[in-house]
Write a protein that binds this ligand. Structure first.
Ligand code: PLP
Length: 399
């Protein structure tokens, strides 16, 4: 320990003071430090070589980040009997790229659906492809077709999917996908962003990895960008961590701390999101200016049965097709004043998005329409406000 009294004032400015902390913090502190001091050289060597647990450098691990990572893994694996591990990442996108680059090599293929989150499709086609990893798109709801592809293409190493899919809420049967993947020795990864572990637990259904854009529901308050990778098979853990630290796709302590605040109210929020979305869906389904409503909670929705099998409630996301020309639909959206026009989802307030002119702008029109994304389609991320305010806003705009 340095004697502060013997230091010059300029050194006093520079050196860390002894921590003035005698009691345990009630709330998780933000460890805003890039590195961690060693007690001795021997101590440093032991931590570096993994002989002793401890922190070295925040890209390798940080107490705030690690605490929240494990908390998310525990929630995702709750009641499954699995020992899950979690790694927070710098974004949802980096959670996906880290899993793919950890598990696949040149020559390997990915099997996925064509209606993925737009960024994921673009990443597979424009970035991952550069490493000689090909992506095959198919309709994962046609089980026989999936099995045929797996049977005939032995280069497929990863089955990657989202359920419900954005923005049509189409569901993929997780149990079926897990069973086929096991049969053909393939790794599975599910993007569980729309559901959160409160609603859907893919690991319990036989999936190897779950990823989230924590930017959405897990944070819930729209003030951080991050992601998480959750796995349970110990044989993959080291490779995920190695890729994460070497690609530098790790999360920072500030964002981890914001996520920690968000997840405290996650079950309450998901319940309210689901209740509000159900009411809005029922309202819209009776409106004369609405052609279709995509919400899995509606008994006549084509994916209601699959959703009911694997989801505990139906979540806060829905979309609907308004009657009218593109111009009329955009005018209608402009008339929404309570709902916020913002290109994200999962926040506490209700958000509206027009997929054809935003998230799916780069998707070719015929392909977009084949995936159910017409010019009239409007996506809503239903918030936790008083549902009457949301409905009144829609009522006024849809007139
Ligand atoms: C937003 C989103 C992503 C990407 O996450 P970022 O945090 O923006 O990188 C991936 N998948 C889904 C389903 C998303 O909604």
């Amino acid at each position: 320990m340095i004697n502060n009294k013997k230091m010059s004032s300029s050194s006093l400015c520079v050196k860390e003071h002894q921590e003035n902390r005698t009691t345990k913090p009630h709330q998780l502190p933000i460890y805003a430090t890039s590195s961690f001091e060693f007690e001795s050289m021997e101590d440093g060597i032991d931590i570096f070589t993994g002989k002793k647990s401890g922190h070295v450098y925040s890209r390798y691990g940080n107490p705030t980040v690690d605490t929240v990572s494990q908390k998310l893994a525990d929630i995702e694996a709750f009641n499954t009997g699995l020992q899950a591990y979690g790694y927070l990442t710098s974004s949802g996108m980096s959670a996906i790229s880290t899993v793919v680059l950890s598990m696949l090599k040149t020559g390997d293929n990915i099997l996925t659906q064509s209606d993925l989150y737009g960024g994921t499709t673009e990443m597979f086609l424009k970035v991952i492809s550069q490493s000689g990893i090909k992506t095959i798109f198919t309709d994962l709801a046609i089980i026989d077709e999936v099995e045929y592809i797996l049977q005939t293409n032995r280069n497929i190493k990863l089955l990657y999917f989202e359920t419900p899919a954005n923005p049509t809420m189409k569901c993929i049967d997780i149990h079926h996908m897990a069973r086929l993947a096991k049969k053909y020795g393939i790794i599975t990864c599910v993007d569980n962003t729309f559901c959160t572990p409160i609603i859907q637990q893919p690991l319990a259904m036989g999936i190897d990895f779950v990823i989230h854009s924590t930017t959405k529901y897990l944070n819930g308050h729209g003030n951080s960008i991050a992601g998480v990778i959750i796995g349970h098979d110990e044989k993959y853990k080291k490779q995920i961590w190695t890729t994460l630290k070497l690609l530098g796709t790790t999360c920072n302590a500030w964002d981890a701390w914001l996520i920690n605040n968000g997840i405290k109210t996650l079950p309450l929020r998901m319940q309210k999101h689901s209740e509000n979305a159900m009411e809005v869906a029922m309202y819209l389904s009776k409106h004369p200016n609405v052609r279709t409503v995509n919400y899995n909670g509606l008994p006549d929705h084509p994916w209601h049965e699959v959703a009911s099998k694997q989801m505990k409630s139906y979540g806060g996301m829905l979309s609907f097709e308004a009657v009218g020309t593109l111009k009329q639909v955009l005018t209608m959206i402009n008339k929404l004043h309570f709902c916020t026009m913002a290109p994200t989802l999962g926040d506490v307030d209700t958000l509206v998005l027009h997929p054809a002119t935003s998230s799916h702008l780069n998707v070719e029109k015929t392909q977009r329409e084949a995936n159910g994304i017409s010019d009239g389609l409007v996506r809503l991320s239903i918030g936790i406000e008083d549902v009457h305010d949301i409905i009144a806003d829609l009522q006024n705009a849809l007139k």
